[in-house]
Design a protein around this ligand. Structure first.
Ligand SMILES: Cc1ncc(COP(=O)(O)O)c(C=O)c1O
Length: 292
């Protein structure tokens, strides 16, 4: 097994509340509201050949996630864009994963936290595809379901919404799967624990309506690519009993990029030319080998 290099013990610089600090000094106090009550939002972005793909969209989503969580990040979109560039430069990175995270600080330590200071850090490191160099991933069915819009601010990229993702991913890995497919509160197919899901059948694409989970930037990019190629895309309610009827499937997200799916529970999918071609096209797009 590869040696684990902890994320708090690396060389480099992290942008922390307006300045670049030594990686190992980028600390927060244990009595931080974000840690105790999940008052925290974040982004996951990828830099390809020196340019973050859809950088501004990610920063705008960070701002809007914070808004949904009832706080305002004290840096403008332009300031955050400049901070990301500075972080990449300070670490000498051109191929990287970029992780901004904002949270409520230590001024109040109870459920109410209106007077807490809002902090922001931006870290960047080399991180190849989430699932590694696999032919296709194998998904278990998750026990937990995505909450309804009445139960949580489900369109925010908020730390608290990932609690059930970690539990589901751990349970899947313990059974030998790569990841888990989550249903939503109504029992419809929703998404994986950190990526959106798509299905292919008879030359057409089917994907769940993102009405109670993250409408990923990659998801929207992929839908645009497919529609440009006149491939019909049906965003609709998909029930689990349909899973056996699709020919190919894939996950997509910033970390996952476009990753073929080989199995979901008892169902198997071909890692076929369609999905492989799309993964290549996405790679060409983010690396600016084909025009956006
Ligand atoms: C739960 C979840 N769904 C979907 C996505 C895909 O979003 P994006 O393509 O914007 O990275 C992610 C990744 O950020 C995620 O964590």
């Amino acid at each position: 097994m590869a040696e684990i290099i902890p994320f708090d013990d690396r060389d480099g610089f992290i942008w922390y509340d307006g300045e670049l600090v030594e990686w190992r000094d980028a600390k927060l106090h244990v009595l931080s509201h974000g840690l105790h009550y999940a008052s925290s939002v974040f982004e996951g972005e990828r830099c390809y050949s020196g340019e973050i793909f859809k950088s501004r969209e990610h920063t705008e989503r960070l701002h809007s996630s914070a808004g949904m969580m009832g706080f305002e990040i004290p840096y403008s979109v332009d300031e955050i864009e400049a901070a990301k560039t500075a972080t990449l430069a300070a670490n000498g990175l051109t191929e990287a994963y970029v992780r901004p995270v904002a949270w409520r600080g230590s001024e109040m330590m109870a459920v109410a936290a209106q007077k807490t200071r809002i902090h922001l850090v931006i870290a960047a490191w080399e991180w190849p595809n989430l699932f590694g160099d696999v032919k296709g991933v194998r998904l278990d069915m998750a026990e937990y379901r995505r909450p309804s819009p009445e139960s949580a601010p489900c369109h925010a990229k908020a730390a608290g919404l990932y609690m059930i993702c970690t539990l589901s991913k751990h349970a899947a890995e313990a059974k030998g799967y790569t990841d888990a497919l989550m249903l939503d509160w109504r029992g419809r197919v929703a998404e994986a624990t950190g990526a959106n899901v798509f299905f292919y059948k008879d030359g057409e694409i089917h994907t769940p309506d993102p009405d109670c989970f993250l409408n990923g930037i990659t998801r929207r990019t992929v839908i645009g690519m497919l529609r440009d190629r006149q491939i019909p895309v049906h965003e609709r309610a998909i029930m689990p009993d349909e899973l056996g009827g699709f020919e190919q499937a894939f996950l997509c997200g910033t970390a996952a990029e476009v990753t073929p799916v080989e199995e979901i529970g008892p169902h198997t999918y071909e890692v076929g030319d369609f999905v492989k071609g799309l993964a290549q096209d996405y790679n060409d797009l983010v690396n600016r080998r084909i025009p956006a």
